[in-house]
Design a protein around this ligand. Structure first.
Ligand SMILES: [Zn+2]
Length: 238
């Protein structure tokens, strides 16, 4: 299997291309493009969260724990939480990911299990969509796709590395077909994965609808307030 440096370089190059294309072709703001490039790059090492290999796992989990609460800031604002609550929830999330998620990964995940699969890439994208509560729906799809892209790049690289050119043509290693897959050998892991895909899909869909409704209401209110200000007010004139 390709090492950590191979994965992160590939997804970073891919992310840079994705961000650049969005900037030049899609006319998206530069910060949005840079963030998407960064997400794609980080997503390129996500599937290997299932390998209990010390430093990369610990670093990735710590990084996720730090970035997720910041990504959720906009969501906290949408629920108009007071600053104290935002700090408490942020700290709680950090601890939950840093220790809770790390524990779950170390205890239950199997290397090249369902973490290395196409539905897992979908889950990563759905989580990004839900966490990144931008008011512009396009930006949310853009970030979620960046994560799916980075994640898939990892799976494809894992598969490429399982084919070696031998003396008599290409040879396939035992790990072939364990990365770009839709289901694994463990029933409960498959069930859990697809339940997550369905559950998060439903949450993302209802959230998208809700955000659109809020945006429509905001627009109406802005229009209404503009009308109020343009009403002639003769009593103010002298
Ligand atoms: Zn891998």
């Amino acid at each position: 299997m390709p090492g950590f440096p191979v994965h992160i370089s590939a997804s970073s190059v891919l992310g840079a291309g994705y961000g650049a294309a969005a900037y030049f072709v899609g006319d998206l703001p530069p910060v949005t493009c840079v963030m998407a490039a960064g997400l794609c790059s980080v997503a390129g090492m996500m599937p290997d969260l299932d390998s209990d290999s010390g430093v990369p796992l610990k670093e990735s989990v710590a990084f996720t724990a730090a970035v997720v609460p910041v990504m959720l800031l906009q969501r906290f604002q949408q629920f108009s939480l007071p600053l104290e609550a935002v700090i408490l929830v942020g700290a709680g999330l950090y601890l939950a990911i840093r220790f809770g998620l790390a524990y779950l990964l170390e205890t239950y995940s199997v290397h090249r299990g369902m973490f290395h699969s196409v539905p897992a890439a979908l889950i990563a994208g759905q989580l990004t969509f839900l966490a990144f509560g931008s008011q512009d729906p396009l930006h949310r799809y853009f970030m979620a796709s960046a994560v799916v892209l980075g994640f898939l790049s990892h799976l494809v690289l894992d598969e490429i590395w399982s084919v070696r050119l031998g003396l008599f043509g290409p040879k396939v290693k035992k790990s072939f077909g364990t990365a770009v897959k839709f289901y694994g050998p463990t029933a409960w892991a498959n069930m859990l994965t697809y339940l997550l895909v369905l559950g998060l899909g439903a949450a993302a869909a209802s959230d998208a609808a809700w955000t659109e409704k809020v945006a429509a209401v905001r627009q109406q209110m802005e229009q209404a307030s503009r009308q109020i200000y343009t009403v002639p007010q003769p009593w103010l004139r002298r």
